[in-house]
Design a protein around this ligand. Structure first.
Ligand SMILES: Nc1nc2c([nH]c(=O)n2[C@@H]2O[C@H](COP(=O)(O)OP(=O)(O)OP(=O)(O)O)[C@@H](O)[C@H]2O)c(=O)[nH]1
Length: 145
C-alpha cells in the first residue's frame, strides 16, 4: 500500500485541481496536489513539502477529511486529504501541466483519477461546505444552485 497525501486548497471559494503530465502514470488526468509520504515523514510534513515542491507555495493545513484506499490493479494507494487555504495568487507549476480553480458546481467536471473521485464522493458534503467558508459577504447566496 502506498501512502499518499493530497491537499484540497481553497481560495476565494474555489478548489484547486491540477492536471498530471502527459508522460506520468494516468496522463492528463486531474488530481489534488500532493505525493507519497517518505519513510519517517509525518503526513503533515509530507503535504507541506509536496505543495512547496509542486506549486512553490506554503500552506497551513487546517483540517483533514476521510482517507480512501484505492486499488489500481498495479498499485494500491491510500490517499490522505488535508484541507488548506492560501493567500497568494502565485502558483508556479513545477510538475503539472495545468491547474484550474473549480467552483462548487464544477467539482465533478474534471477527469479525476479514480482514487480522487472516490475521495470527493465520500467527502462531498464536507467539501461543499468548504466552498462557502470564509465567505461572510453572503456571496455564496449569489451562486447559481
Ligand atoms: N499527488 C497525488 N497522487 C495521487 C492522487 N490520486 C491518486 O490516485 N494519486 C496516485 O498516488 C501516487 C502518488 O504519486 P506522485 O507521483 O504524485 O507522488 P510523488 O510526487 O511522491 O512522486 P515520485 O515518486 O515521482 O517522487 C500516484 O500513483 C498517483 O497516481 C492525488 O490526488 N494526488
Amino acid at each position: 500500500m502506498i501512502d499518499v497525501c493530497c491537499a484540497l486548497i481553497f481560495r476565494d471559494g474555489c478548489l484547486l485541481a491540477v492536471q498530471r503530465g502527459k508522460h506520468s502514470d494516468h496522463p492528463d488526468q486531474w488530481e489534488l496536489p500532493g505525493g507519497k509520504i517518505e519513510p519517517g515523514e509525518t503526513a503533515l510534513a509530507c503535504i507541506r513539502r509536496e505543495i512547496e515542491e509542486e506549486l512553490d507555495l506554503e500552506i497551513v493545513p487546517h483540517g483533514f477529511l476521510f482517507p480512501v484506499q484505492h486499488d489500481y490493479g498495479i498499485k494500491q494507494i491510500q490517499l490522505f486529504p488535508f484541507v488548506a487555504e492560501i493567500d497568494s495568487d502565485e502558483l508556479n507549476l513545477q510538475e503539472h501541466q495545468n491547474a484550474r480553480w473549480l467552483k462548487a458546481e464544477e467539482l465533478f467536471k474534471p477527469h479525476w483519477q479514480e482514487a480522487d473521485l472516490e475521495l470527493l464522493r465520500l467527502n462531498e458534503k464536507s467539501i461543499l461546505n468548504c466552498f462557502g467558508e470564509n465567505d461572510d459577504n453572503g456571496r455564496e447566496n449569489q451562486r447559481p444552485t
